[in-house]
Design a protein around this ligand. Structure first.
Ligand SMILES: Nc1ncnc2c1ncn2[C@@H]1O[C@H](COP(=O)(O)OP(=O)(O)OP(=O)(O)O)[C@@H](O)[C@H]1O
Ligand SMILES: [Mg+2]
Length: 247
């Protein structure tokens, strides 16, 4: 076994879901992430914080296999997924709510949900409609006939339909009206606390993300500059403001 793979399995605890070690990755020749490591247990939650352009999205894309990985390893359950194509990572249980939401004008709300449905877990159409009644009301609307908040609900619901083991949420509150943010925080909080799957939340709204999670990392220029329990970071506004300069 490769020495690196060995160190991954040696440190793995029973409940560990994902472990990324020494991720150095970027686009083409540009290196954006520098030696980033993280680990998360089954049902756990991690906030990824940091200012604009520090590499938060690139970290999620790297876990999904959508960047150019120069160094590092990713273990999911006991499997080394470092070299797996994205679709196989999705099958293994990585769910993704992209920053751009990526809705299709040619599909209805319900079609968005049913085309990705992967049975075998607790999530199905009935359950996502229960979580987001608004989507049931809009089930015959097309992707381009939705408000920003509805699109974000659909992006989350779509990921849930794949019955993920790990849900990657990229700035789920971005650009939404405060009342919608409140509604989404409530719903995301519910699913995170239920612990049916693990969650990594990338957020500019650091306090919201810390309120939703138990662990946090802060990125700066592609490096992890801080690791903490979410609660501890939330209780230390001076450190939080220094790291992410939130209002
Ligand atoms: N497709 C790409 N090709 C080249 N460089 C990219 C690409 N996407 C992002 N970058 C660069 O990588 C760096 C990190 O970008 P990334 O999108 O990961 O940051 P972020 O923390 O998610 O920012 P934001 O808060 O604005 O979403 C930036 O300097 C950005 O310009
Ligand atoms: Mg981003």
């Amino acid at each position: 076994m490769h020495a690196y793979a060995k160190s991954i399995s040696a440190k793995r605890s029973m409940a560990e879901l994902i472990r990324a070690e020494g991720l150095t990755a970027g686009y083409g020749d540009a290196v954006v992430l520098d030696d980033v490591s993280l680990a998360l247990d089954e049902g756990g939650s991690l906030a990824v914080l940091g200012r604009n352009g520090v590499g938060k999205t690139t970290l999620l894309l790297t876990l999904l296999g959508l960047t150019r990985l120069k160094r590092g390893r990713i273990a999911f359950h006991s499997d080394d997924i470092t070299r797996l194509p994205t679709w196989r990572r999705a099958h293994a249980g990585l769910g993704w709510v992209p920053q751009e939401r990526l809705m299709f004008a040619s599909l209805t709300v319900e079609e968005h949900l049913t085309v990705v449905e992967r049975p075998g877990g607790p999530w199905n159409l009935q359950r996502v409609y229960k979580l987001f009644p608004r989507l049931e009301e809009r089930r015959r609307n097309f992707g381009n006939q939705l408000s920003g908040g509805e699109q974000q609900m659909l992006a989350i619901a779509r990921a849930l339909m794949t019955n993920p083991k790990l849900l990657l949420l990229d700035e789920p509150m971005e650009g939404l009206a405060p009342i919608i943010v409140q509604e989404l925080v409530k719903v995301i909080g519910q699913i995170v606390r239920a612990g049916e799957f693990a969650v990594i939340v990338v957020e500019q709204h650091a306090r919201l993300a810390l309120g939703l999670t138990t662990q946090a990392i802060v990125l700066d220029r592609g490096c992890v500059v801080h690791r903490a329990a979410s609660e501890a970071l939330l209780a230390d506004p001076a450190t939080l403001d220094r790291l992410v300069a939130v209002a």
